[in-house]
Design a protein around this ligand. Sequence first.
Ligand code: KIV
Length: 275
Amino acid sequence: MKKKMSILDFKKYKEEKRKFAYVTAYDYTMASIVDDSDVEIILVGDSLGMTMLGYDSTVPVTVEDMIHHGSAVVRGAKNTFITVDMPFGSYEVSKEEAVKNAVKIFKETGCDCVKLEGGTEYVDTIKTIIKAGVPVMGHIGLTPQSSTMLGGFKVQGTTPESAKKLIEDAKALEEAGCFSIVLECVPSVVGKKIAESVKVPILGIGAGKDVDCQVIVLQDMLGMYPDFKPKFVKIFANVRDEMLKGLNAYHEESVNGTFPSEEYSFNKKVDLSDL
Ligand code: KIV
């Protein structure tokens, strides 16, 4: 059985140049499968708004949604480090509200840390949350909650100026106390440069191979979510096709009467002659 990573392991892994892997999960069953795998970290991402709830973006997701899904994942994955996202609107309004929501998510789910999107502009908020005792993972680059402001789901850091701003963001988040930082959708050279610029692990999604850890959405890597497929998504197993095969076999046997056979029926004799 794998040993659960601790906050202290993140820096240690980076120092030892030991890579690790991070995947989303949003419910008990999927979390228990990830828990049985070698993957070290689970993200209860606000991407659940799209993959689980069918919204067009992550914006409508609420703190209650995150707690509902986050606590199910925590129940399903006892040996895996678990992050829960702070959804849009839960940390931007004031530091007080951010701390209140971070504490609520941390306390009511039993997760290991929260994650929030944003760079230098959120340093004070992050410091206040950490001071309250909740570990914070940063998230820079493409920040889906503000994708409208960024002009859509676009690659970030594509100019020297914007790459410099991302390096500054990563350093500011490290300085603020983030123990690791998600870096989403940047050119591989920018991913490498940022990973070399800080001592905390850079967890890359669409950030190339020279970061410290890879992140991916479970439904994407299992080919279960065909609505949107970014360039960085590799399908490692086509579970959707397997599910369709299973569902259609079930339908066929149900309508042609071969299911349930004796094996799947209760065969105890009951005398019904007087009924
Ligand atoms: O919500 C999510 O799944 C994320 C990943 C894209 C990193 O934040």
